[in-house]
Design a protein. Structure first.
Length: 255
């Protein structure tokens, strides 16, 4: 079985694939310092609680945007699973052509999402990833990474609002039901949720307007993607495990 790992700024996401099917998924926080032994014990125990023995993992692939965690995580995989992981980076066969001025600036997570979206939905396609940052990435029919728009993420924006003001409380990010708000809590909920819906709709429309292609599909993924997806017609597809499927596809391309 394949263990796919997406090492992000906020969470480290894991998925175990048996062929193309996901057996289990789980997360660890990124900002908690861990030794390789702590990583190994945590991952192994969580897998065993899901009925998966460490000896069943015969392949591992990792995409990371947090370099300082990679040493411990990589050593944990080698020590506890006896597997040398495939690290997504320069030299990895992706099938995507980059047109950015400096391709080394492109985060591996964006490429992985693009690989999955093109494989599952076909191009042209816009991927909207709701993570620590909200990313709008446009991939052409010819699998060219044409554009990358990066915005502050939903939770990052909310936390900045809470930490930068003396009297605004932390709230649950949910739909208040109306934009005609009468109190502080619902005004915050409306501002955060509806503001990001408006952001998504404008950026998606603008990308489509400036593109030379037609019938551009839009797929959303990430932690709060479902909250936005349910409130707009601009996003056609919701795939919470897009990155994990991208890692699986990349492993199959490069094994």
């Amino acid at each position: 079985m394949l263990l796919a790992i997406d090492l992000g700024n906020t969470n480290i996401k894991f998925a175990v694939f048996d062929g193309k099917e996901i057996r289990t998924t789980f997360r660890l926080t990124t900002d908690m310092p861990r030794t390789s032994d702590e990583f190994g014990v945590s991952i192994k125990s969580i897998l065993e609680s899901s009925g998966i023995a460490s000896k069943e993992i015969d392949a591992v692939i990792i995409a990371s945007v947090v370099p300082n965690v990679m040493h411990s995580l990589n050593n944990a995989i080698v020590k506890f699973f006896k597997v040398h992981p495939l690290i997504v980076g320069p030299g990895t066969k992706t099938g995507i052509r980059l047109v950015k001025t400096n391709p080394n600036e492109v985060g591996s997570d964006r490429i992985v999402d693009g690989v999955a979206a093109l494989e599952l939905y076909g191009g042209p396609v816009i991927v909207v990833d709701y993570g620590t940052a909200t990313k709008f990435d446009y991939f052409s029919k010819e699998h060219v990474f044409e554009s990358a728009v990066t915005c502050p993420g939903i939770m990052l924006s909310a936390k900045s609002l809470w930490s930068g003001t003396a009297r605004l409380p932390q709230i649950e990010i949910t739909d208040p039901g109306s934009i005609m708000c009468k109190d502080t809590i619902t005004s915050l909920q409306a501002g955060i949720l509806y503001g990001h819906i408006g952001e998504a709709e404008y950026i998606i429309r603008r990308l489509k307007e400036e593109s030379t292609e037609e019938n551009i599909k839009v797929v959303a993924t990430g932690g709060l993607a479902s909250a936005i997806f349910s409130k707009t017609d601009e996003i056609e597809f919701l795939e919470p495990n897009l990155t994990m499927h991208g890692l699986r596809i990349l492993y199959e391309k490069n094994k």
